[in-house]
Design a protein around this ligand. Structure first.
Ligand SMILES: Cc1ncc(COP(=O)(O)O)c(C=O)c1O
Length: 575
């Protein structure tokens, strides 16, 4: 397994029309505008070089413009530390470059070839089968088996996966026709609330304050109500959480609080959802008759935290049982012939796992924890179950599978040159597409119409190149590097007499610390987050950045960053 993009041309791959990418080594000559070894960021390429005149550009100018972009990206790629995207593409660019000659489009459902034949759906299905097995879903996909998985390769990243999950859950929970309903027509029929419960088809969404901003966007776009919105509007004085002393009753928080840290506030907590607070909030809305949608994080955006999906399921199940959310009759329409109501039995809750980063490595971490001798590594602390395999006993309905959907980004853990990912659910939750266009020759079950057919090739190639053992080694390296960086930051604090606030959530592959100068932020593509140590008190504001220990990061890069931090004027000024 090669860790960088350094490519050697394998024998028999002598294709003159495919250029291997520039090697990612320290020996790479400095590109124009690149400031290797200094804190100065490489400049963005000159916009003038990219202006498009009516007559187009001659080859010389066109190629010079492209070279300048390549030089810029190469420099930035070598220094990317602040985002959870690997820059390691393996040899994929070389082997897959040939597919750039095709217009590939995976239009429509992945399990039907459809009318647009230049597609890679056969590869897409192989990738989905791989993740279905890793995430303990029943495969292969079988439209006649409600328990089997269904999913697709996303054209966006987990933002699309989260949005699809919310859409899927909203329609399922609000009583719209399922894909399997015999009378499902081309239009949605929303269930009318029964006389006894006006909230029966009004789902409420719960997610923690450490959740990615894509969720706030998704609820907005899809018109899903959060517990905050419903609570503030309908029950302004009834928030059941314990508020700060003196605030009686407390205001509804915008999101479910995360676990508090030693300070008693959440800024220095692990970033995991506060399961007690979640349970209290869910109980309140379940008692009012609302269906419940919960999204949990596996590798949260800033702290890399893993919500304990199993613990959440165990805590919420009795609440769901108490309030009749395990199963309910849903009238989703009327039989066009008889006018009789069409009904089915559905569960009234949905647990989604936003595994944008973590769903890529968590299965391998769990494999190593279960067989340390076999994989040659004992991870520090385990990672609880998080996937479709979580099954819990109920009093009335036997064993219940708890997780309804998972989203993962392809460009984060596996690695891809552009955003992509996976959305997965089960056939029994699939909703009927809003329209059935004959035009594409396949059911329009996905979010986008035209879909990226290149991404399945990228993901497939990555999976084919890496054994389970390789993946265990990748997550092991990431965790070891995270521990190394945290240690070195502590040492740097002592050496320089500066406060860097290093912190790492146990098991996370990210380390956070004090934000350095803008030059270093730009040089290393560091993303930042502000926190208030005391909520509401501006004087306690702190700015953090973080480093994600992706497979394209090595000790040499970290040592270069540490050397930069040791000389950083902004940090030294605060010594
Ligand atoms: C936890 C989490 N969810 C969702 C996303 C959005 O993923 P994408 O950038 O692939 O759309 C991210 C991105 O960082 C994330 O960290």
């Amino acid at each position: 397994m090669s860790r960088t993009d350094t490519l050697t041309v394998p024998a028999g791959h002598d294709r003159p029309d495919v250029r291997p990418p520039a090697p990612d080594t320290a020996a790479l000559p400095a590109a124009p505008g690149e400031a290797v070894g200094t804190a100065g960021p490489a400049e963005e390429p000159d916009a003038l070089a990219f202006e498009l005149p009516a007559g187009g550009l001659d080859d010389d100018r066109r190629l010079r413009a492209l070279d300048s972009m390549d030089a810029y990206l190469t420099s930035k790629r070598r220094h990317l530390l602040g985002y959870q995207a690997t820059q390691e593409m393996g040899g994929g660019a070389f082997d897959l470059g040939r597919f750039m000659h095709h217009n590939i489009n995976n239009l429509g459902d992945p399990f039907r070839s459809g009318g647009y034949k230049p597609n890679t759906k056969v590869v897409e299905r192989a990738v989905l089968d791989y993740y279905a097995a890793l995430w303990h879903a029943k495969g292969p996909y079988d439209p006649a088996d409600p328990e089997s998985y269904w999913g697709y390769v996303l054209s966006m990243g987990s933002t699309e996966g989260n949005m699809y999950a919310l859409w899927n859950a909203r329609d399922y929970l609000s009583g719209k026709a399922l894909i399997q309903s015999p009378a499902a027509g081309p239009h949605y029929v929303r269930a009318a609330p029964g006389a006894g419960n006006p909230n029966a088809y009004r789902p409420v969404a719960f997610y923690s304050e450490d959740t990615h901003y894509s969720f706030a966007k998704a609820v907005h776009v899809l018109g899903v109500e959060t517990f905050h919105a419903v609570g503030t509007e309908q029950y302004p004085d009834e928030c059941p959480l314990a508020g700060p002393a003196g605030e009686q009753p407390p205001a509804w928080p915008a999101e479910v609080p995360s676990r508090r840290g030693p300070s008693g506030h959440t800024w220095d907590g692990t970033g995991e959802i506060d399961v007690d607070a979640l349970a209290v909030l869910v109980e309140f809305f379940a008692a009012k008759g609302h269906p419940v949608f919960v999204s949990l994080n596996l590798g949260s955006t800033f702290k890399g935290a893993h919500d304990d999906v199993r613990e959440v399921c165990e805590r919420l199940l009795p609440i769901f049982e108490r309030h009749g959310l395990i199963q309910g009759e849903v009238a989703y329409g009327k039989d066009p012939g008889t006018g009789e109501p069409l009904t089915d039995l559905r569960r009234r809750f949905w647990i989604h796992v936003d595994g944008a980063l973590g769903a890529g490595y968590a299965p391998f971490l769990r494999m190593a924890a279960a067989d340390p001798a076999g994989f040659g590594w004992t991870p520090d602390g385990g990672l609880p179950e998080f996937d479709f395999g979580i099954t819990l006993p109920t009093r009335e309905f036997g064993d219940l599978d708890m997780v309804s959907s998972i989203a993962m980004s392809g460009h984060k853990w596996p690695g891809a040159p552009w955003p992509c990912g996976i959305y997965m659910t089960k056939v029994k939750y699939q909703i009927s597409p809003p329209s059935q266009p004959e035009y594409i020759g396949a059911p329009d079950t996905t979010f986008a119409g035209s879909r990226n057919g290149f991404s399945p090739l990228i993901l497939w190639d990555h999976l084919a190149r890496h054994s389970y053992q390789d993946q265990v080694d990748r997550i092991r390296r990431a965790q070891e590097l995270a521990a190394y960086l945290e240690r070195q930051l502590h040492l740097l604090e002592q050496e320089k007499g500066i406060e860097l606030w290093p912190a790492r959530t146990p098991g996370a592959i990210t380390v956070r610390f004090r934000k350095p100068s803008p030059e270093l932020v730009a040089k290393w593509s560091l993303s930042s987050q502000e926190v208030l140590l005391v909520p509401g008190d501006e004087r306690t504001r702190r700015s953090y950045v973080h480093v994600f220990l992706m497979s394209s990061v090595d000790r040499a890069k970290l040592d270069e960053l540490l050397a930069d931090l040791a000389e950083d004027h902004a940090l030294l000024a605060r010594a």
